[in-house]
Design a binder for this molecule. Sequence first.
Ligand SMILES: *[C@@H]1O[C@H](CO)[C@@H](O)[C@H](O)[C@H]1NC(C)=O
Ligand SMILES: *[C@@H]1O[C@H](CO)[C@@H](O)[C@H](O)[C@H]1NC(C)=O
Ligand SMILES: *[C@@H]1O[C@H](CO)[C@@H](O)[C@H](O)[C@H]1NC(C)=O
Ligand SMILES: *[C@@H]1O[C@H](CO)[C@@H](O)[C@H](O)[C@H]1NC(C)=O
Ligand SMILES: *[C@@H]1O[C@H](CO)[C@@H](O)[C@H](O)[C@H]1NC(C)=O
Ligand SMILES: *[C@@H]1O[C@H](CO)[C@@H](O)[C@H](O)[C@H]1NC(C)=O
Ligand SMILES: *[C@@H]1O[C@H](CO)[C@@H](O)[C@H](O)[C@H]1NC(C)=O
Ligand SMILES: *[C@@H]1O[C@H](CO)[C@@H](O)[C@H](O)[C@H]1NC(C)=O
Ligand SMILES: *[C@@H]1O[C@H](CO)[C@@H](O)[C@H](O)[C@H]1NC(C)=O
Ligand SMILES: *[C@@H]1O[C@H](CO)[C@@H](O)[C@H](O)[C@H]1NC(C)=O
Ligand SMILES: *[C@@H]1O[C@H](CO)[C@@H](O)[C@H](O)[C@H]1NC(C)=O
Ligand SMILES: *[C@@H]1O[C@H](CO)[C@@H](O)[C@H](O)[C@H]1NC(C)=O
Length: 361
Amino acid sequence: MHFSITVALAAFPFLVGAVPAHNSRDNLLSIPLSKRWLSQSSDNGSAPGNISLTATNRTFSWAGTIQVGTPSKEYSVVFDTGSADLLLFGPSCPTCQGHDIYDPSQSSTANDLKTPFNFTYSFGNLTGDVFTDSVAVGGFKVSNETLGVISITGANYNATNFGADGVLGMGFKGLSLYNSSSVFETLVNGSQLPEPVVGMVLADSNPELIVGGRDSSRYKGDLVYTPVDTNNTDLWDTTLDVIDSGRPLILGDRESIANIYAGIPGSSRLNVTDPKQNPLWTYPCNTTVNASIVISKTSFNIPSENFNYTTIGGGLCTGVFAEFVADIEDPGFWVLGNGFLRNVYTELDYGKLQIGFGQLA
Ligand SMILES: *[C@@H]1O[C@H](CO)[C@@H](O)[C@H](O)[C@H]1NC(C)=O
Ligand SMILES: *[C@@H]1O[C@H](CO)[C@@H](O)[C@H](O)[C@H]1NC(C)=O
Ligand SMILES: *[C@@H]1O[C@H](CO)[C@@H](O)[C@H](O)[C@H]1NC(C)=O
Ligand SMILES: *[C@@H]1O[C@H](CO)[C@@H](O)[C@H](O)[C@H]1NC(C)=O
Ligand SMILES: *[C@@H]1O[C@H](CO)[C@@H](O)[C@H](O)[C@H]1NC(C)=O
Ligand SMILES: *[C@@H]1O[C@H](CO)[C@@H](O)[C@H](O)[C@H]1NC(C)=O
Ligand SMILES: *[C@@H]1O[C@H](CO)[C@@H](O)[C@H](O)[C@H]1NC(C)=O
Ligand SMILES: *[C@@H]1O[C@H](CO)[C@@H](O)[C@H](O)[C@H]1NC(C)=O
Ligand SMILES: *[C@@H]1O[C@H](CO)[C@@H](O)[C@H](O)[C@H]1NC(C)=O
Ligand SMILES: *[C@@H]1O[C@H](CO)[C@@H](O)[C@H](O)[C@H]1NC(C)=O
Ligand SMILES: *[C@@H]1O[C@H](CO)[C@@H](O)[C@H](O)[C@H]1NC(C)=O
Ligand SMILES: *[C@@H]1O[C@H](CO)[C@@H](O)[C@H](O)[C@H]1NC(C)=O
């Protein structure tokens, strides 16, 4: 089976329509937002190489701070494995109020490529201009990184509705909206990182991104690696060996999801009226669900409390395993979202084109 890991597409749904090759990503449009991700605290004193992450408001995603421009200014960005571009809200955007705005006229190193971008999405268009400027991530600096400065959004992305100043895509150039390498690819291509890897700890406790190395204090045992599908180097997608019974927002086709909940007494499928919503399933909250996902012959457990996605009343919870939206037919394809990733240490290896997973320490 085939899967793609993703961190943040739900946060910036209009990015999804850009995907040329894997239309399966469309199902990420409507991962329901969960308030459980509100008000995570971040720790401040991160060493160079480490970025402390914070759960953003009303999004199932994680944000951290980067520095852009000269003099450099700080922006909080969602780290998104499912896209490849750095996008920041620009000064002329009426639906981006309340954010730290990237204003190229205030940066002496900003370079206007005179290239507008207009992308059409079902969720509303995205319009802006492409610039290059210096960008620093975890203490590593790229002097001339391509970034999109957003001037018009189809939806309201003001600071109340969206808890970050932009998005930093961690995918590959093949996924870029304007054919440019992502920040981490640029760092790796320039041999600027001690090791060409980025680690993600998306746990509730001290979530962080580890740039250019691995922090073995955050996982137990060795990392288990699985190769990225190099037939189509854009997303972080790879091969999944087995899915055990049990399971966590992890998306699969309708039949596979139904099979999972068949093993949980009292579970039932929720009807959705919006065809862009991922159908969720409910189950009795007092059920202990032993879920695990097997990758490269290693089982990664999802604790029962993390199987619980939301509580809907009447003793019922929704589970983190959900269906793709109705029009996606790609049997055997899975998307491992935060419902899975919050339980593991994840390493994106840009050098060997593989993904490593470890059990959190
Ligand atoms: C982080 O910094 C903010 C202000 O910059 C401060 O209020 C907060 O206490 C700090 N948190 C920690 C964990 O040091
Ligand atoms: C990241 O932070 C941890 C704990 O603060 C520290 O042990 C580790 O060395 C840091 N890693 C890097 C690459 O700075
Ligand atoms: C964002 O927009 C909402 C309406 O959608 C409004 O209630 C809120 O005050 C706005 N917040 C900011 C920071 O502009
Ligand atoms: C993009 O959209 C803007 C505003 O809607 C418009 O002014 C501009 O001409 C468009 N550019 C292209 C290349 O379509
Ligand atoms: C989005 O873009 C398409 C094609 O450029 C255009 O036809 C449509 O009117 C735009 N929608 C909005 C809401 O601007
Ligand atoms: C930065 O990149 C742009 C296009 O990629 C190029 O036009 C410009 O000359 C570059 N600037 C520097 C300082 O390398
Ligand atoms: C998150 O939302 C709460 C209210 O829902 C608000 O008080 C808080 O300021 C928001 N925080 C951020 C970082 O947007
Ligand atoms: C993307 O850029 C590369 C050079 O960096 C070029 O060879 C390729 O043709 C470009 N692709 C598109 C679709 O523009
Ligand atoms: C790449 O494509 C070939 C031929 O279509 C296929 O056999 C192989 O499994 C693919 N590799 C991956 C990692 O999906
Ligand atoms: C769900 O939808 C189906 C058909 O669309 C309908 O027959 C069924 O009664 C609905 N179930 C609930 C619980 O609303
Ligand atoms: C499920 O998660 C919600 C918060 O999202 C929490 O309020 C509830 O207690 C949890 N239920 C169980 C059974 O863990
Ligand atoms: C779970 O709660 C239901 C009622 O909501 C009850 O009938 C059932 O016995 C409970 N199961 C367990 C294992 O506590």
